[in-house]
Ligand binder design. Structure first.
Ligand code: OOB
Length: 572
């Protein structure tokens, strides 16, 4: 395996092959097979409906893109940072890179200089593929700046402004600047390329913020092909399936659970949405007769609210809505079926691997009240106490897992890996769960220091580090505070520097924005205190802080009531 990655032990790898999980087929080859099977059927449809790309055309496009990248010196083993909106280009770029054996590193569209700079350093990427601008943000300016700061970044490839389609001229003055190329000009005559080994890394996903900055998760051709195939089978996808990609395509959930890859494997159609707003998505569902989509609970709230007010769209084609990435409360779960006229499928997952789904034929109790069972018979799970001892069924403990599509180590992170995995290779998820008698997982909390804001994972340590850089801040502690729509919001507790008054929420947000943090990480609320409560081991007692802000929000709903810590609250 690629240097800096941790392979599966040979015996387990042999078992995964023998049991048919790993088939030795690289992802680029699979696209060729799909083109042979589904040829002139539509594979990808842009949000505006104007571009409808068949399997055959996608296959040919990827060959030409791969050749064009190769002409520019992008080759096997090179890392390429991909930060594209939900457009056909995203899929074409991925498969072109898979065919070259170059390795996409997926960056979320919300990432800014702080995250992008970190990913460039960690991955050593030689190319960066972005829209000129998207959602009002000038990615082109950031990309050009990154190129001047990171000498290994030789190429910037730009797609079109805002639509990300790559068909238009973008801004020619920048496209002529050294090292910046329009993606639509990457077009070479197809050439034979050596096929990558399917047991090798195909691309990198990002970890959900257990460490200050995201870690890279190597996913192999074999493991990801299996994941998208098995999840497509569980969801019963076929040529009649139409998947609406609402969440950013770089995220594991829409990319391959079964999402985009599982739909293409099945010969269905993938329709891209450029926003999660119900007006746009409902129109797409009606126009394209969408059958399946995957959402986070926050978007479910938006869709339920829109459905309640009468939207005039025909959503009758939509059969299943998968919901995952953050806890779905039972009351909300119970509204999805009746109010959207669909079947709910709960999904618990992680970019690291393990996926659990509720199934079509599960009792309502299971679908509404659990996060389902593992998708593969090869998935091994353990629920353990603080000493790694298994707890009894029904008891809460930390979820550990290993299996045919779960990583064995983060990229270039030996020290972190030593903590994040057990000696026998189980990944410590940081999630607190319990198992039901019939083997479903119920998520009960977490031991990792992460705020799950909507579906976005915010590392408390990362935000604390940046807050601490303010001259008026002596100490900062970030905890989750409950929110009816986002589930959790980011709450920063601040101890001001001696003799100084604490900065306001607006000042802190400005500071973090200036430091290049993605917007979803900025504190939503600040509490100012004279000192932090401490645990018996003299560490900041974050549980007490979280309980304090939760009590304030539950008792007053405004965040200004009194709690266990003497606070000087500032409303967001
Ligand atoms: C998905 O992936 P990540 O890597 O962004 O985040 C993983 C973490 C999990 O460890 C857990 O803490 C949380 O997100 N999570 C859930 C959940 N699904 C994920 N917490 C409660 N209930 C759920 N249903 O979030 C992800 C990847 C693939 C499919 C779905 C979600």
């Amino acid at each position: 395996m690629l240097d800096g990655c941790v392979p599966w032990p040979a015996e387990l790898a042999a078992r995964y092959r023998q049991e048919g999980y790993w088939r030795g087929e690289p992802l680029g080859r699979l696209l060729g097979q799909w083109a042979d099977s589904y040829g002139e059927r539509e594979a990808l449809i842009s949000a505006d409906g104007r571009r409808r790309i068949t399997y055959r055309a996608l296959d040919g496009w990827c060959d030409r893109l791969a050749a064009g990248f190769a002409e520019r010196g992008v080759g096997a083993g090179d890392r390429v940072l991909v930060q594209l909106p939900n457009t056909p280009e995203f899929v074409a770029v991925c498969f072109a890179l898979f065919r070259l054996g170059a390795l996409p590193v997926f960056a979320l569209p919300a990432y800014r200089s702080n995250e992008i700079g970190h990913l460039l350093r960690l991955s050593g990427a030689c190319a960066y593929i972005v829209p000129a601008s998207f959602n009002g943000f000038d990615h082109r300016e950031l990309a050009v700046r990154m190129r001047s700061e990171h000498p290994q970044l030789r190429h910037v490839f730009l797609t079109d402004t805002d639509t990300g389609t790559g068909t238009g001229p973008a801004d020619v003055s920048v496209s002529q600047a050294e090292g910046v190329t329009l993606l639509c000009e990457v077009d070479g005559d197809p050439r034979p390329l050596p096929e990558p080994d399917a047991s090798q890394v195909a691309f990198f996903l990002l970890s959900g913020g257990t460490t200050a900055l995201p870690k890279l998760i190597p996913r192999t051709h074999d493991d990801y092909a299996y994941q998208s195939r098995i999840t497509a089978r569980i969801c019963g996808l076929d040529q009649g399936s139409v998947y609406l990609a609402v969440l950013p395509a770089e995220f594991n959930f829409p990319f391959g659970c079964p999402g985009i890859l599982g739909t293409l494997h099945s010969g269905g159609r993938v329709v891209f949405a450029l926003s999660a707003q119900p007006e746009e998505c409902f129109a797409l569902i009606e126009r394209e007769r969408v059958t399946l989509t995957s959402l986070i609970p926050t978007i479910v709230h938006l869709w339920l609210a829109a459905a309640a007010t009468g939207h005039g769209r025909d959503l009758s084609s939509l059969q299943v809505v998968q919901v995952g990435s953050a806890k779905l409360h039972r009351e909300v779960a119970a509204r999805i079926g009746p109010e959207l006229g669909v079947r709910l499928q709960q999904v618990f997952g992680m970019a690291e691997g393990l996926l659990t789904f509720t199934r079509d034929d599960d009792a309502p109790e299971v679908v509404l009240g659990t996060q389902g069972r593992p998708v593969s018979p090869g998935d091994e799970i353990r629920v353990v106490d603080g000493q790694d001892r298994p707890v009894a069924v029904g008891e809460i403990g930390e979820l550990l897992t290993r299996g045919p599509y779960t990583l064995r180590g983060y990229y270039r992170a030996p020290e972190h890996n030593a903590r994040a995995f057990t000696a026998d290779g189980f990944y410590r998820s940081g999630d607190l769960v319990r198992l039901t008698e019939s083997g479903e997982i119920v998520v009960e909390g977490r031991v990792k220091d992460v705020v799950i804001r909507g579906g976005d994972k915010v590392s408390a340590t990362e935000v604390e580090g940046h807050l601490g850089a303010h001259e008026d801040v002596q100490q900062a502690a970030v905890v989750a505070m409950p929110d009816p729509v986002l589930g959790e919001k980011v709450c920063a507790y601040i101890v001001p520097a001696p003799g100084r008054s604490a900065p306001s929420l607006a000042q802190l947000r400005r500071l973090l924005r200036a430091r290049g943090l993605a917007a979803y990480k900025l504190p939503d609320h600040v509490e100012v205190v004279d000192a932090f409560p401490l645990t018996g081991l003299n560490k900041v007692d974050k549980k007490a802080l979280a309980a304090d802000i939760t009590a304030k929000h539950t008792t007053t709903g405004t965040g200004t009531g009194s709690g266990g810590v003497s606070g000087r609250g500032e409303a967001a």
